[in-house]
Design a protein around this ligand. Structure first.
Ligand SMILES: [Zn+2]
Length: 316
């Protein structure tokens, strides 16, 4: 039986032993998650966290974070390790994937991204790539689009099979992304930029269906909501079924510590001031509610709630 939404299985907190950004202020020490995790039920919607691997980031990626006060965030190599999170959603007969990881490791993969694990995590969860009807990417940063249409394998075998070009990895999926990200992450990029090549391959294959407007229906009970700032076209995903509710925040929030330390932001925020306003609006909506909250890079891909008391907010 799946854990009900109001009794989230604490095994979601099991993970490796390194530090990781923004662990909740309560609960066991936990960190980067690999592979797949406990399924969660949000009413009739099934939510399955998966990881494509880990990102290893320098401390100065986090602006206004005092690591002397948070030594637990730093791994033994001096870097901050965070999961490359993805989430499978099942609603009725339909299956969606939220975010597509960093993709297979190639000579173009940035050194900070140790991805490549999503296909194995899907298989371990009993999900085939062909079952995915829709892939929603919260935004077009490279650690969220990697498996959409990856490059040919370096050994030439896959390259031959695929005709040497980027090809859709999810053979039956429509790909949804924020239209406002297209100029920044496709048009303005070099002709050989991996994200540009992938998105252009999907466009040629007729797979793209951009998201526009404040809210867009994705599946029954699943809605994308425009949450700009991290990128112009960033969307969070809202799940609602019966009285149960959950939000997948993508990178609108990089780590739970941002709840307690609003000056903290990631270098990757395209518009830090707008990103901060978006976070504040999210916190106001979520504080004290029963909504389950997760994000692409939260430690252990674990879910929590936004709690508030005596003027303080925190994630637990
Ligand atoms: Zn990210």
């Amino acid at each position: 039986m799946q854990p009900p939404v109001d009794r989230l299985d604490t095994s979601l907190q099991r993970v490796d032993d390194a530090g990781s950004c923004g662990r909740p202020s309560t609960g066991p020490r936990q960190a980067v998650a690999r592979g797949h995790h406990e399924r969660v039920r949000v009413g009739s919607i099934e939510l399955i966290p998966l990881s494509d691997g880990i990102a290893k980031l320098p401390q100065d990626f986090y602006v206004n974070l005092d690591f002397a006060r948070h030594p637990e965030l730093v791994a033994g190599d001096g870097l901050v390790h965070i999961p490359l999170g993805c989430f499978v959603l099942r609603s009725g007969e339909r299956t969606a994937l939220v975010d597509a990881g960093a993709g297979p490791r190639t000579e173009r993969t940035p050194s900070w991204a140790e991805g490549g694990e999503l296909p194995g995590a899907l298989a371990a969860a009993g999900i085939s790539a062909a079952e995915i009807d829709i892939v929603v990417v919260t935004h077009l940063h490279s650690d969220h689009v990697g498996w959409l249409a990856p490059p040919p394998a370096p050994d030439g075998e896959t390259a031959h099979r695929l005709g040497g070009a980027h090809q859709p990895f999810f053979g039956n999926a429509t790909v949804r992304y924020g239209a406002a990200d297209w100029p920044e992450f496709v048009i303005k990029r070099a002709a050989d930029d991996p994200t540009r090549l992938a998105m252009e391959a999907l466009a040629r294959a007729g797979r793209l269906h951009p998201l526009e407007g404040d809210t867009v229906a994705i599946l029954p009970g699943v809605t994308a909501r425009h949450t700009p700032g991290h990128t112009p076209g960033h969307y969070a995903i809202v799940l609602a079924s019966g009285t149960a509710r959950a939000l997948l925040l993508g990178d609108a929030v990089e780590c739970p510590l941002q709840l307690e330390e609003p000056d903290l932001y990631a270098m990757s925020d395209v518009d830090p001031a707008l990103a901060r306003r978006t976070r504040e609006a999210l916190w106001r909506e979520l504080e004290g509610s029963d909504a389950l909250v997760g994000a692409a890079h939260f430690p252990g891909l674990q879910f929590g709630r936004v709690l508030t008391a005596q003027g303080r907010r925190w994630f637990a």
